[in-house]
Write a protein that binds this ligand. Structure first.
Ligand SMILES: [Zn+2]
Ligand SMILES: [Zn+2]
Length: 345
């Protein structure tokens, strides 16, 4: 098969299309013919060498949709020709964390596609059945590939972790990326008042179209005062922190008493200064959000299929353009998601 292989950690030029041996499914696994694979900022971070569980050479990509072309021994419920999309990571399904529904916390099987498991920048990919969901008939492959990590993440962030209630104010940083646009949409759908923060004036319209009530454009990322003004001085009830360390200080200042900060993205690794006093007197909750459960993926696929969440696939590129896709993502030149297609070599 053809695959984009990361030879060494570094810049995008380390991603190169080449011929590699076809993978074969083992017990409990499916072989997928990859029809689309989203390019996520996580892949950029992985490519740079910031994720400790990836060894090079590696095939990146965890946002995969494709059809089953071979079923491994012992697999029930899946057949050749079925349409599947991957979760970001595996879980064992049997430990206390999994049994409580928090599969993102499973330690027995925490393999991540594109890290320990070869990913979807390839013509074929092996996926354990615990790491996939069913793609509805008629859903375009490029959309199906990106639903988990964008809309699925939004479901995890807004509903599961953020517990957003109708009438609450939700501020979203890094709002114009794939996760951000879905988060804005879902928060609006769930009845929240949504304030989107972006550093880029060119992305304002996309944010209003996604359902933002207000858009704060802040190239310097000094947005706390604007959020406070937009909430009559109250601050936001919930913040969805997609940028991470660069915006966290402002997010803290933008919160209402009792506010919940859901941290789901961290574009630049780094540490933050945190004033514990602010957390104490406002009784703030700082909540991590990681990956998506099979149930959240199903919810996201059905909300998308029903047209209640609009997907943001910006462009489908041939697999050979993986390096270009990474460069565009790093230059913040993308609103929504880029998707690679092995069908368009
Ligand atoms: Zn992703
Ligand atoms: Zn488990």
């Amino acid at each position: 098969m053809q695959a984009v292989v990361l030879h060494q950690f570094g810049n995008a030029s380390q991603l190169r299309l080449q011929s590699v041996a076809d993978p074969r499914p083992g017990p409990g696994e499916l072989l997928l013919r990859v029809r689309a694979c989203g390019v996520c900022y996580h892949d950029v971070i992985n490519r740079r060498g910031s994720l400790p569980r990836t060894n090079v050479p590696a095939i990146l990509g965890h946002e995969v949709a494709g059809e089953v072309v071979e079923v491994g021994p012992g697999v029930r419920g899946w057949a050749v020709g079925d349409r599947a999309a991957t979760l970001q990571r595996m879980s064992c399904g049997a430990c206390p964390a999994c049994e409580s529904g928090r599969t993102s916390l499973c330690k027995r099987d925490n393999r991540f596609f594109g890290e320990e498991l070869p990913g979807g920048y390839a013509g074929l990919m092996v996926a354990p059945v615990g790491g996939v969901g069913r793609v509805p008939d008629g859903m375009p492959w490029a959309v199906a590939a990106t639903v988990c990590c964008t809309a699925g993440t939004a479901v995890h962030v807004i509903r599961t972790r953020g517990r957003v209630q109708p009438g609450e104010t939700v501020v979203v940083t890094g709002a114009s990326g794939g996760v951000g646009l879905q988060t804005v949409q879902l928060a609006r759908l769930d009845g929240a008042r949504v304030i989107a923060v972006t550093s880029n004036l060119g992305k304002v319209n996309a944010l209003y179209n996604a359902g933002a009530h207000e858009v704060v454009v802040s190239p310097t990322l000094e947005f706390a005062a604007s959020v406070r003004r937009a909430t009559d001085g109250e601050g936001a009830d919930v913040a969805v922190e997609i940028v991470g360390s660069k915006t966290f200080g402002q997010t803290l200042k933008a919160m209402a008493p009792g506010g919940r900060i859901v941290v789901v993205g961290n574009l630049e690794s780094g540490t933050i200064d945190l004033n514990p006093g602010l957390v104490i007197v406002k009784e703030l909750e700082i909540l991590g959000a990681y990956a998506t459960t099979q149930g959240e993926l199903e919810t996201a696929l059905s909300l998308t299929h029903a047209g209640r969440l609009s997907p943001y696939v910006t462009e489908v590129l041939p697999l050979s353009d993986a390096a270009k896709a990474h460069a565009r993502l790093e230059n913040r030149a993308v609103a929504g998601r880029l998707v690679l297609s092995p069908d368009a070599l």
